[in-house]
Design a protein around this ligand. Structure first.
Ligand code: GAR
Length: 205
């Protein structure tokens, strides 16, 4: 039986595309992206889904309270029998209701070494702070912003001549690689969670 993945996005969708490429190339055994949901109808990720003939839907959050919106999204995911939810540039905080519907089955990718620089424009925050190393993080999602146990991280050195764009581009390349690794680990089930620590069992990651 395949592992049914739902992807939530708000924009460009390059992390979604990287996951789709990895699945097509057999790098995430048994996985299938069965649904893409965007809260924005102008998200480029929707076109990327259409080009791959992956079902995609816009669910607008206009005028809806957080939980009311999340109930709509969760019911679509459940209808598609999604087992794992991957946030890929989905710029909304999830309600406790949403999180409880998919316990330890929601992943997010963030362009910094969490817990440094959560929230918007993480790459710019890192540059302005003056760190010498940044990177990206894939973590399990809870109801707090860019929090939850860390599954995988990758380090990207900051260069003296970096701009927001150049640093973001190098981090993005690592994001694309890292998300695949993290999804493969979760779907393999070969890990255990001790407190906040996600411990990969032998031969994973
Ligand atoms: C990515 O850099 C992702 O890490 C970030 O949004 C971008 C989406 O790009 N997510 C966050 O900042 C979450 N807090 P994409 O649409 O091309 O995948």
């Amino acid at each position: 039986m395949s592992h049914r993945i739902g992807v939530l996005l708000s924009g460009r969708g390059s992390n979604f595309e990287a996951l789709a490429d990895s699945i097509a190339a057999g790098r995430i055994p048994g996985a299938e992206i069965v649904l893409v949901i965007s809260n924005r109808e102008d998200a480029l990720g929707l076109q990327r889904a259409a080009a791959r003939r992956i079902p995609a839907r816009v669910i607008s959050s206009k005028g809806l309270q957080r939980e009311a919106y999340d109930r709509l999204v969760v019911s679509e995911l459940q209808r598609a029998r999604v087992e794992l939810v991957c946030l890929a540039g989905f710029m909304r905080l999830l309600s406790p209701y949403f999180v409880a519907c998919f316990p330890q089955r929601i992943l997010n990718i963030h362009p910094s070494l969490l817990p440094s620089f959560p929230g918007l424009e993480a790459q710019r925050q890192a540059l302005e702070y003056g760190v010498k190393f940044s990177g990206c993080t894939v973590h399990l999602v809870d109801e707090n912003l860019d929090a939850g146990p860390i599954l995988a991280q990758a380090i990207v050195p900051v260069r003296d001549d970096d701009t927001d764009e150049t640093l973001s581009a190098r981090i993005l390349a690592e994001e694309h690689r890292l998300y695949t690794e993290a999804v493969r680990l979760i779907l393999s089930g070969r890990y255990r969670i001790v407190g906040r620590r996600v411990i990969a069992l032998a031969n994973e990651l």
